[in-house]
Design a protein around this ligand. Structure first.
Ligand SMILES: Cc1cc2nc3c(=O)[nH]c(=O)nc-3n(C[C@H](O)[C@H](O)[C@H](O)COP(=O)(O)OP(=O)(O)OC[C@H]3O[C@@H](n4cnc5c(N)ncnc54)[C@H](O)[C@@H]3O)c2cc1C
Length: 420
């Protein structure tokens, strides 16, 4: 029979359950919470308890017994017109590590229609299985139908971990999936680890406006689900093409019915380079001083064949639009080269760029925190250093000939003389 259990070590005697119980069945007696005979197991106290110190025992035991029946790490491979989103290759690297720690398999999951090319591309990665949920109704993304199809597959296969990129698509439909399969979801993670032999997934993400890093667990439900920010994990490079088991899955008719009809898909017209995908990013901060000052940053970016980024201070000052912002509330990047000009290196900026292959920082303050993550640090006025660097690139290019791009590799002035 079910009964209400009090986990005394978690209970901090806040008294909320006593107040909320509609049957006056709970009381604090001599410093302990007690359940009286009036308890009808309505569950109100379980829901209200902020410390998770109450549970209805039979239900909890059943769930805990079930946890062992879930296995496998799944990575949802987001694709559009057969092109797999780059975050998938970052998740496959982490997914492999988690699966190995759990001694279980890594599976990729595709949802859509006409998925042959995407499935083949995934065969170059170390996955044991690829689930292909394919149907003409899934050709265009609609969060309801995608969620229903994936939830049905999860109910059937019972994976213990499901990961997806925190992209617009992942953010739109993974919470629906979690609700359908009655589990938790940690959105926008920046780190994932396995805690112990029980396979608890430690899901780390910034919280309270980025002032703390919270580690979240999902102890009583499976699968453990997380969306992960693009570019916070290293990208797994493809290996040779392998034979991978394909499991085809056709969602049931009801699951993929939708009241939403996609009439037309319009590509967003933008002349801005997507900084998240650029190999070289030159960013300016408050030290750039003005919107006109960004002309210099643009010039250097152009010479290096890169895109322009910015700190939040520069965006807030209105010197450059928000799509260029790098950091916790902007974009997370993993370029080969990141040049930070007049940026102090606040933690909220660093989370967006510290995984760059090489970092060059220009700052007039020798104590600026940006120098702690920089491979090359130039102490001085950016308005002097950047024009000299541009000049040096142009001279090298002119000497090498007009069609030679080697000029872009000219090192910044003072490299070797300044702090590095
Ligand atoms: C919840 C939250 C989220 C945030 N999200 C982000 C985010 O996504 N991205 C982000 O960038 N910030 C973010 N911030 C803001 C962050 O805390 C910093 O305030 C911001 O990054 C500072 O920008 P900055 O380095 O350009 O400016 P400052 O900190 O003012 O630094 C300017 C630097 O320029 C140098 N300098 C000045 N003049 C020159 C010169 N002529 N030549 C060379 N160097 C010069 C100075 O020495 C200084 O180090 C967030 C803050 C919070 C609270």
């Amino acid at each position: 029979m079910s009964r209400l259990e009090i986990i005394q070590q978690s209970c901090d005697l806040c008294g909320l359950c006593v107040e909320e119980c509609p049957f006056d069945a709970l009381a604090i007696v001599e410093g302990w919470l007690r359940v009286g005979e009036g308890c009808v197991l309505c569950g109100v106290c379980v829901e209200k308890c902020p410390a998770d110190a109450l549970c209805i025992v039979e239900e909890r035991e059943r769930e805990e017994r079930d946890l062992g029946s879930f296995s496998g790490v799944w990575v949802l491979a987001e694709q559009s017109a057969g092109r797999i989103h780059p975050v998938t290759f970052q998740l496959l690297g982490k997914g492999r590590e988690l699966a190995d720690r759990r001694g279980t398999c890594l599976c990729a999951v595709l949802v859509g229609d006409d998925l042959g090319a995407a499935a083949k591309a995934l065969c170059c990665f170390p996955v044991e299985k690829i689930f292909v949920a394919q149907h003409p109704s899934l050709a265009r993304f609609r969060s309801g139908t995608y969620a229903a199809a994936l939830a049905e597959l999860i109910e059937r296969e019972r994976p213990e971990i499901v990961l997806c990129g925190a992209t617009s698509m992942g953010r739109a439909f993974l919470p629906r999936v979690a609700a359908l399969v009655k589990t938790g979801l940690t959105a926008d993670c920046t780190g994932l680890e396995i805690a112990d032999e029980e396979g608890l997934l430690l899901q780390t993400r910034p919280a309270f406006g980025g002032n703390i890093m919270a580690t979240i667990v999902c102890p009583r439900h499976r699968p453990q689900m997380a969306t992960v920010r693009p570019n916070v994990l290293p990208t797994l490079e493809p290996g040779r093409l392998r034979d991978v088991e394909m499991v085809r899955f056709t969602p049931s008719g009801g699951a993929i019915e939708s009241a939403v009809e996609v009439l037309e898909v319009c590509e967003k017209q933008t002349d801005a380079v997507n900084i998240a995908e650029a190999d070289v990013v030159v960013s300016g901060g408050r030290g750039v001083s003005s919107a006109q000052g960004f002309g210099l940053i643009r010039e250097l970016a152009q010479e290096l064949g890169g895109a322009v980024g910015a700190s939040r201070a520069a965006v807030d000052a209105g010197w450059i639009p928000y799509p260029h912002q790098v950091g916790q509330t902007g974009k997370t990047l993993q370029p080969k080269l990141y040049v930070a000009c007049g940026i102090s290196g606040a933690v909220q900026h660093l989370v967006g760029m510290q995984s760059a292959g090489k970092i060059i920082a220009i700052n007039q303050d020798p104590e600026a925190p940006i120098f702690r993550v920089a491979d090359v640090g130039l102490v001085g006025d950016l308005h002097v250093i950047v024009p000299r660097w541009i000049e040096r690139i142009r001279r090298r290019r002119a000497a090498d000939g007009p069609n030679n791009s080697a000029g872009a590799s000219a090192p910044p002035p003072g490299h070797g003389e300044g702090r590095s």
